[in-house]
Each structure stands twice: as structure tokens, then as C-alpha cells.
Design a protein around this ligand. Structure first.
Ligand code: GRG
Length: 302
């Protein structure tokens, strides 16, 4: 068990404030180029709460590597949340999970319609890439370095990342997945973007290679721990505290709990947190905020 004396609640609150402001700016820039209906759907999908874990991880990695908090740092971090927001908007659509609720509110398509939501979500993908590039330039990175950072974001979002994981998820519906298949699915679907959050923060601060590698290792372990915790929450919480209803497809899915049982899943989640923190300690990047965030990922209530 990791012992952390750190006021994570205060830390999260202050970082989330910067993230919300950056998301306001990002939603405004993206919406400015869209018809009114799509612009409103962008706002609904982006400005609807959530833990903002990916941007908080990005800013935390950036400052852990010596970067200073700034608008541009939060703009970079917000690019990750634009991808996350689009993925949830599309995932909730009638042709996917057909979800009614997200974060305790009606899903975007329930309010703005399926076609509008599909187009608004699609607009967020290039907006995120552009934002990652521009923010990295504003942080002093060269055009080549900024392109590298945007590349990491797009790679983590695409077929060898989140979209690839979603594809494996759809393909695996209705059959029991083996342990390695489940790991691969979640490393791509959830882990890739979480890992990119850390990597982009390190790259934006021009961190040395061993530090970046340690943050990537931390991200991989935390990404998997996040999903194990998600499965534990799904098995032990009700829709009111989760802010969403499980879909039929989700009810029929292989999870870490169905595969290993609740107790073993808890043990695995904690072992992954320990691995994440250990990776940072090995590289001398063991800032309290990152250790506390790793603990938060497995101890959260939603
Ligand atoms: C059609 C193959 C295909 C892909 C389209 C829809 C999509 C792209 C990808 C879906 C990816 C997806 C739903 C990943 C799960 C992400 C996840 C773990 C969501 C919950 O994250 P939290 O807990 O949510 O961080 P909050 O609400 O706090 O932001």
C-alpha cells in the first residue's frame, strides 16, 4: 500500500480550474467554425464535468518535469480532453451503446440529436490535434517537437490506440475474453490516451529520455489500474453514484471482475499502482502529486 500525505482534493480542485478555463477556450475556438447546432453539441460534450483526469495528468507530468503552470500548459492538456469528449459522445450514440446518461446528465445526442452529435464529435478530432500543436509551440517547443507531441496524441487516439481498443471491444462482445485479450483491449482503449497524457506533458517540458520513459511506464500501469478500478466500480456501485446506466452490451462484457473475481481484481489494481509509483521512484521523478493521482485512480467512487 502506498502511503501518501498530500492534499489531493485541493490539488485536483486547483488543476481542474485551469482545465475548465482551457476547455472553455477550446470549445469556443472549435465552435466558432461550426453551425450553431453542432457548436452547442460541442459545448454539451466538452463542458459537462467529469474528473478531467487526462488533462490533470498532463499538467502534472509537465510541472514534474520542470515546466511552469501557464495557459498554454492547460491548453495542451485540454487537447486530450477534446479527444476524450468526442469518444464519449460517439460511444453513447444509438448505433453504439445508446446511452441515456453521462455524468448524471442526458447524453449529447439525447439533447442535440444523433447526426449533430456525430458531426460535432468528428470536429473535435482535428481540433484536438491543432490545439496540441499550437499549445506546444506556445510552450516554446520547435515546430518539429510540437508535431511530435500532436503525433503522440493522434497515435494514442487511433487504430493503434483508443479506436483500436474500441474495435477489439466491439469484436469481443458476446464471448468470454482471455486475460491477455482483456489486457490488450484496455491498454489500447483506455490506457493509450492516459499514457499519452503523461508522455505529452514530459515532451512539452523537453524532459530527458529516462524521465519520459518512466512517465510512460507510470501511465501504462495507471491506465490498466484505471480500468480494473472501473470494473470493480461497475460491479459494486449503482447507476446514481456512477452517473450512467450500464448498457446491454456492457452487462454482457468480460471484465477484470468476471475474469478474476472481486478480491483478486482489487489486489491487481493495487499492484499496478505500486508498479506505477515504483517506475517514478526509479527515475527520481517521484513527485507526491503523481503518487496521489495513482492512488486516486483506484480509490475513486465514480
Ligand atoms: C467506432 C471503433 C470505433 C471507435 C470510435 C467511440 C470511440 C471511437 C471510442 C470509445 C472509447 C471509449 C468509450 C473509451 C472508454 C473511456 C473511458 C474509460 C471513459 C470513462 O473515463 P473517465 O472515468 O470519465 O475518465 P469522466 O466522466 O470522468 O471523464
Amino acid at each position: 500500500m502506498t502511503f501518501v500525505t498530500f492534499d489531493l482534493a485541493a490539488y485536483l480542485e486547483s488543476r481542474r480550474l485551469g482545465v475548465e478555463r482551457a476547455l472553455e477556450r477550446a470549445a469556443r475556438w472549435t465552435a466558432a467554425e461550426l453551425p450553431d447546432a453542432e457548436a452547442e453539441a460541442v459545448r454539451h460534450g466538452v463542458m459537462s464535468g467529469g474528473k478531467r483526469l487526462r488533462p490533470v495528468l498532463c499538467v502534472t507530468a509537465y510541472t514534474a518535469c520542470g515546466g511552469a503552470e501557464s495557459e498554454a500548459a492547460y491548453d495542451l492538456a485540454a487537447s486530450l480532453e477534446l479527444i476524450h469528449a468526442y469518444s464519449l459522445m460517439h460511444d453513447d450514440l444509438p448505433c453504439m451503446d445508446d446511452a441515456e446518461l453521462r455524468r448524471g446528465r442526458p447524453t449529447t445526442h439525447r439533447v442535440h440529436g444523433g447526426g449533430v452529435t456525430m458531426r460535432a464529435g468528428a470536429a473535435l478530432i482535428p481540433a484536438a490535434a491543432l490545439q496540441a500543436f499550437r499549445a506546444s509551440r506556445a510552450l516554446g517547443r520547435t515546430a518539429r517537437e510540437a508535431a511530435g507531441i500532436a503525433h503522440v496524441l493522434m497515435e494514442a487516439s487511433g487504430g493503434s490506440g483508443m479506436v483500436g481498443g474500441q474495435w477489439l471491444d466491439l469484436e469481443g462482445e458476446g464471448r468470454a475474453l482471455r486475460a491477455l485479450e482483456l489486457d490488450r483491449l484496455h491498454r489500447l482503449k483506455t490506457g493509450a490516451l492516459l499514457t499519452a497524457s503523461l508522455q505529452m506533458g514530459a515532451m512539452a517540458a523537453a524532459a530527458p529520455e529516462p524521465t519520459t520513459a518512466a512517465l510512460i511506464e507510470y501511465g501504462r500501469a495507471v491506465g490498466l489500474a484505471f480500468q480494473v478500478a472501473d470494473d470493480i466500480l461497475d460491479a459494486t456501485s449503482d447507476a446514481a453514484s456512477l452517473g450512467k446506466n450500464p448498457s446491454d452490451a456492457e452487462l454482457d462484457k468480460s471484465t477484470y471482475v468476471t475474469l478474476h473475481g472481486l478480491e483478486e481484481a482489487r489486489v491487481r489494481a493495487q499492484a499496478l499502482v505500486d508498479r506505477a509509483v515504483g517506475a517514478l521512484e526509479g527515475a527520481g521523478t517521484d513527485v507526491p502529486a503523481l503518487a496521489a493521482l495513482a492512488d486516486f485512480v483506484v480509490s475513486r467512487s465514480h
